[in-house]
Design a protein around this ligand. Structure first.
Ligand code: IPM
Ligand code: MG
Length: 368
């Protein structure tokens, strides 16, 4: 098989700094594990706007369609707050998701033992937490038409449309059931079937897919508001949570914060299989561009490094190497080596972004 290709889009703010560390990890895999990638790099978000006047150049979009996987840092920053909506950094990210048709967004919320004290919840509620949120990513109210700000009777009205076809629900449900089978075999689907027709259809289709092909998976349904409440009350009851684009945006931030460490969480956005059998894929940390700390060597590279681990697992069929990398990150945390976002009152060794990279590389070496 050809050398797998990776397109790296560091984007804005700390995206650029954390990606430097990921590049070092990628180089290590080439040197030490004979896993070589053909890596190219390009601009997205504000960085692309600065150069091209658009948050995603057509050439970059075309490249993203061709590679085996995209690795994205973060987009956005106060510098771009006043830009027209159509060229805001976020539009670049949304275009990638939409045009690559990355309908299944995997957001693990996992509590690292060494970090359980960081949660705003009691330690016993979160220690050992391991949830996977599957968020539909290419439809729903993020993309539904009609949308816009219109004038009605001389007054402005803002409109977005929550719209789901049964095929869109069917395909994301299948991806979530498949994942559940590889985990604890439980899936909880969340919508608002009590007030929204799109929610009624969501529940119906998920139930049908389950009955037809996944009856072995334990399925439950919850209204999304109750789901939010349960996530905070007793998060360990969940294994896989399946939900739509907007609810998934909110519930995944909530779940991320349960772990107490946004700087630790990766994500994968997957689409249909390409000709070579690999899914269309983009991997990105859940944290944003954190403009307040950019350029100071304070950023935590772990989420981005763990996103590369997800790429190893889901795009390149290298589950063991993914586990090696995840284990290395865990070992570093267990030794009390921490970037600023993870410092506790009781100490630990504060390190910079690149020192965190050094420590993870040292653990990888030690794993050989
Ligand atoms: C996320 C982010 C994005 C979203 C923004 C940056 C467009 O919040 O990935 O969760 O709303 O989907
Ligand atoms: Mg979000």
């Amino acid at each position: 098989m050809n050398t797998p290709s990776l397109l790296i889009l560091p984007g804005d703010g700390i995206g650029q700094e954390v990606m430097v560390e990921v590049q070092r990890i990628i180089a290590w895999y080439g040197d030490k594990r004979d896993l070589t990638f053909e890596v190219s790099e390009d601009l997205v978000g504000g960085a692309a706007y600065d150069k091209h006047g658009t948050p995603l150049h057509d050439d970059t979009m075309a490249k993203a369609q061709e590679v085996d996987a995209v690795l994205l840092g973060a987009v956005g920053g106060p510098k771009y707050d006043d830009l027209d909506f159509s060229v805001k950094p976020e539009r670049g990210l949304l275009r990638l998701r939409k045009e690559m048709d990355l309908f299944s967004n995997l957001r693990p919320a996992q509590c690292f033992d060494a970090l359980a004290d960081f949660s705003s919840l009691k330690k016993e509620l979160v220690s050992g937490l391991d949830i996977m949120i599957v968020r539909e990513l290419t439809s729903g109210s993020y993309f539904g038409e009609p949308r816009g700000i219109f004038i009605e009777d001389g007054k402005r009205v803002g409109i977005n449309t929550q719209r789901y076809t049964e095929d869109e629900i069917d395909r994301v449900a299948r991806s979530a059931f498949e994942l559940a089978r590889k985990r604890d075999n439980r899936l909880c689907s969340m919508e608002k079937a009590n007030v929204m027709e799109s929610g009624i259809l969501w529940r119906d289709v998920v139930t049908e897919v389950h009955a037809a092909d996944y009856a072995d998976v334990e399925l439950s349904h919850m209204y999304a508001d109750a789901g939010a409440m349960q996530l905070v009350r007793a998060p360990k009851q969940f294994d896989v949570i399946l939900t739509d684009n907007l609810f998934g945006d909110i519930l995944s931030d909530c779940a991320a914060m349960l772990t107490g460490s946004l700087g630790m969480l990766p994500s994968a956005s997957l689409g249909a299989p390409m000709e070579n059998g690999r899914p269309k894929a983009m991997y990105e940390p859940v944290h944003g561009s954190a403009p307040d700390i950019m350029g100071q060597g304070k950023a935590n590279p772990c989420a981005c490094i763990l996103s590369f681990a997800m790429a190893l697992r889901y795009s390149f069929d290298q589950g063991e190497e993914a586990t090696r990398l995840e284990t290395a990150v865990e070992a570093v945390l267990a030794k009390g080596i921490r970037t600023g976002d993870l410092m506790m009152a009781d100490g630990g060794t504060p390190v910079s972004t690149s020192q965190m990279g050094d420590a993870i590389l040292a653990e990888l070496e030690a794993s050989l």
